[in-house]
Design a protein around this ligand. Sequence first.
Ligand SMILES: Cc1cc2nc3c(=O)[nH]c(=O)nc-3n(C[C@H](O)[C@H](O)[C@H](O)COP(=O)(O)OP(=O)(O)OC[C@H]3O[C@@H](n4cnc5c(N)ncnc54)[C@H](O)[C@@H]3O)c2cc1C
Length: 512
Amino acid sequence: MSNKQTNSDVILIGAGVMSATLGTLLKELVPDWKITVLEKLAAAGEESSNEWNNAGTGHSALCELNYTVEKSDGTVDISKAIKINEQFQLSRQFWSYLVESKLIRNPQDFIMPLPHMSYVRGEANVKFLKNRYEAMSRSPLFQGMEFSDDPAKLAEWIPLMMKNRKHDEPIAATKIDSGTDVNFGALTRMLFEHLKSKNVEINYKHSVNSLKRTSDGLWNLKVKNLATGSVEQHTAKFVFIGAGGGSLHLLQKSGIPEGRHIGGFPVSGLFMVCTNPQVVEQHHAKVYGKASVGAPPMSVPHLDTRYIDNKKSLLFGPFAGFSPKFLKTGSMFDLVTSVKPDNLITMLAAGAKNMALTKYLIQQLMLSKEQRMEELRDFIPDARSEDWDLVVAGQRVQVIKDTVEGGKGTLQFGTEVVSAADGSIAALLGASPGASTAVHVMLEVIKKCFPQQLKEWEPKIKEMIPSYGVSLVENPGLFQELLESTAQTLGLNETASSQKAGEQKKVQRTVS
Ligand SMILES: Cc1cc2nc3c(=O)[nH]c(=O)nc-3n(C[C@H](O)[C@H](O)[C@H](O)COP(=O)(O)OP(=O)(O)OC[C@H]3O[C@@H](n4cnc5c(N)ncnc54)[C@H](O)[C@@H]3O)c2cc1C
């Protein structure tokens, strides 16, 4: 049994989209740093980043109603939508840089243009959507968005959803053509292939069991080689814990004070999938609805066209549920073992506060297929059970922490970078908006953990990501220029021009 040892500048734990993004950024910034990846599964992008484990929405706030807030006077606050859109533009720019530099190829294998739509029923919701549309149309980031409450127009946009629909209540939708469907699994695999070609050492079937600070300021990781059963020692100056749902346990094992008083609440997900070409061909959009009362924001129902392995399918969901596992391949003891003396009160407070949510998730878990079909029929009145199958999606571990606004044990729905004061280790917790904003989040990691190098790295960061550090909403010219150039490089060209002209065009691929 070999007791392998490595010494690296950087260790990335986990081979998901976040480690892939950070590794790729760092390889461009400091090509001669030695980077080692440790992944417990047999391949990259097998957990949340896998194409079947997430919804593949390029979240840019074009359709997600939970990113805009209705204020008491009926006006709509779109500041969060602006933030998320700007963050997605960073991802588009970085992916375009990688394609232009020929570091990755064939963008159509991971990103496709697809209209993004929001859809509501009922008078109050229609009014909200109209106000939201008006507020968003005033921002340069959402130009080209259209609103309609005319059933004939809606039948043009979403024929499958309008067919045999009873017109017994008002209905409305917005549509914008510059949305995307992103195969984050394919992207992750492409990035790891690229990293491998740059001599990054990628160790699959390697599970990180513990990590400790050494007396000389390095991090020493005890790693189980699952193929041989041997225990290895890997040492690095900087460690990124990009272990998805596994990050909280590893952060706790690191013992850094910044990781104290934090807990995790797992939410599981299910999708319904249709591959019947006759049904699939009748729908071409991501259509996001409104979450039902009491539902967490990540369970907003949506009906999406997906492009996976060059095949089109339809996906509906997610149906949230409860499972104590933190990873899809995790253990039933994950939740229990994440409770430590330092987060016990935080976790108990969260438990007491979120009884209704837990009840909702358990109820969701108990739904029969026919009950789920009934929810789908809100979107597709004619949906037939035989056309739809259930698939289990990834686990999301929501962060629980004590906050000034929410008090002890507040459930967070965003992502959180937790790093040591000396910048030698960082962990990514939480899962929303998720993979779409990987570039923004990994730039945050770089900013927090490499403050000394940042000044020297900035010109290269700006070469890769021209809007880095610039507000796009305040620079509409730059926004438009980058939207068009990234659309060109990523093969989303028709989309950008139709958004500019505010026209309705059938989206077609221009790059193959
Ligand atoms: C149902 C659902 C829908 C979603 N929809 C979207 C969407 O539409 N758009 C979007 O942008 N985002 C979406 N997300 C979020 C997105 O999938 C995640 O934010 C993203 O994939 C997280 O990437 P990651 O690299 O952090 O984690 P992961 O992809 O989970 O990767 C973590 C890796 O770490 C490995 N690992 C764990 N523990 C260890 C250990 N001890 N040692 C070694 N390796 C370890 C795991 O095996 C895994 O491969 C969705 C998520 C879910 C669950």
